[in-house]
Ligand binder design. Sequence first.
Ligand SMILES: C[S@@+](CC[C@H](N)C(=O)[O-])C[C@H]1O[C@@H](n2cnc3c(N)ncnc32)[C@H](O)[C@@H]1O
Length: 305
Amino acid sequence: MSDNFHIPVLSHEAVELLINNDLKKKTYVDGTLGAGGYTRLICENTNDSDKVIAIDKDLNAISFAEKDLEFCANKLTILHGNFGEVKKLLIEIGINSISGIVLDLGLSSFQLEHEEGFSYMRDTQLDMRASKEETLTATDVINEYDAKSLEKLFEEYGDLGKARRLVTAIIAARRKKIIETTFELVEVVENEYKLGRKNRMDFLSKIFQALRIEVNSEMKNLANVLEQSLELTESGGRIVVVSYHSLEDRMVKNFFRDHYYKKQKDDEAGKFLNILTKKPAIPGLQEIKSNRRSRSAKLRAAQII
Ligand SMILES: C[S@@+](CC[C@H](N)C(=O)[O-])C[C@H]1O[C@@H](n2cnc3c(N)ncnc32)[C@H](O)[C@@H]1O
């Protein structure tokens, strides 16, 4: 696999937690195929009679990973779609129960480095759609959202504290000319704030993160996939999530807690979880050294009772 497309993060830890060898005839879902790093490991650690389903909403990722996963063709099905609709995608291919699902959230290095709008370090169209089938772009958000919605978005998704000053600057700039490229947005920010090198990186990363979460409905998709995974996964099966920012991690942590069996009343109906990672697993120093993108990763896993 080419290291340029994406170096997998916490992949051995995630796949080890995903696979429960006590289960017979297993069906595993990798909801975020990317460059295929996790799927490859799942393929290598399951039997020929098991099934592996891998999903990605980015066709570039699928055509890249497909080539690398030919060895697994007998048990692997790759689906183009949104993991927020995992139940529908699986039912369409006749699957209504799975033995576990793994999600490695966010973007691949390829998307960050080659697709439009994700990075403030390259001058491209302000697009940010991980799937070109979606219609909303970051240009639409920046130029069409009203001040209140922009403020809420930057404060909630960018963790920027008070965002009124930033939004006022954006609105003044877009009145003169539509903001269409990453560098045009960077210029608006830099005209308003005098930022040192470290602060500049941090501030721009948060602004771009907030836009990306909005454009790709990341929080809504995560909420949906967690609910549907609980429904789909058989007893003994696992839900494993690697996240890269605190909003995602908090959503996963709260979801696991809300369904934690020790918190349920005796007569409560539904499926419950046992939490396998009391504290999230994080990459070791060696992994962080060799792959800086891994530094914010947090892995949480739970097993269906
Ligand atoms: C961090 S990468 C996964 C890398 C993969 N684990 C590997 O080892 O190569 C995340 C991938 O998830 C995909 N993705 C993000 N949100 C998605 C969604 N809602 N539905 C399907 N795929 C999604 C992205 O397109 C990207 O390819």
